[in-house]
Write a protein that binds this ligand. Sequence first.
Ligand SMILES: NC(=O)c1ccc[n+]([C@@H]2O[C@H](COP(=O)([O-])OP(=O)(O)OC[C@H]3O[C@@H](n4cnc5c(N)ncnc54)[C@H](O)[C@@H]3O)[C@@H](O)[C@H]2O)c1
Length: 257
Amino acid sequence: MRLEDKVALITGGSSGIGKATALLFAGEGAKVVIADINDEAAQKTINEITAQGHRASFIHADVSRSDDCRSMVEHTETAFGQLDILFNNAGIMDSRDDNAETTDEETWDLTMNINAKGVFLGCKYGIPALKRAGGGSIINTASFVSLLGAATPQIAYTASKGAVLSLTRELAVLHAREGIRVNALCPGPLRTELLMKFLNTEEKKQKRLVHIPMGRFGEAEEMAKAALFLASDDSSYVTGTEFLVDGGITAAYVTPE
Ligand SMILES: NC(=O)c1ccc[n+]([C@@H]2O[C@H](COP(=O)([O-])OP(=O)(O)OC[C@H]3O[C@@H](n4cnc5c(N)ncnc54)[C@H](O)[C@@H]3O)[C@@H](O)[C@H]2O)c1
């Protein structure tokens, strides 16, 4: 068990990467708190975890709201006594997100508030709790688009994920000597609801797939395994990284036929 006696708070834990990670972390011995806006899906995840004999708790929290982020950290410490692993994973990709000329300001603000400010707020309230626990691991979900421009325009999303990677690096430097490691998980294109809703035609899917050397979308479970490495002591000398799990997309200039 790689997370025995650890307590993990996972935002966006109702589905996709967050859900797969909640299940994996619980199986590795962690007590898990899921913070999400989708209460029904969250409850299903909690039920799955507890049915396997593990401990988990849910709190409704919108990561773009300061009060909710404070509450999710308080809830974690109240429910399980401490916070050791903070997985700032909740994020959106709005279907209105496009290029700079066509994207409206509301879409920009919403995307930045959830994807970038949400990570900041998670850290704002989470870091004091990690310090109280004597250190810990923060994982922020960025994206391969933190490093590459996307062929399918999504300007607000891409900017928000650039912000996540930048703030991850600075937090890693600031808190390294407090025993807090901070890493960005940078997934490639995944077969989760978030991307499949956005790439909603076969043509759009192919436009993305053509860039991936492995020729397929990634799975949420493959991201969960990477998050487990970053959360556990297996990565004890890893901080400030852009941990790419992307089927080779950022390595490719031309993909093989
Ligand atoms: N799917 C991909 O291809 C891909 C690629 C790179 C990065 N990511 C990132 O991975 C993370 C997880 O995405 P996913 O693919 O698992 O998507 P998903 O849509 O399956 O899960 C996202 C979760 O976040 C929750 N959420 C949305 N807004 C929220 C808010 N304001 N407060 C709290 N929770 C909120 C949703 O209810 C959902 O449970 C996101 O940050 C996303 O940007 C995804």
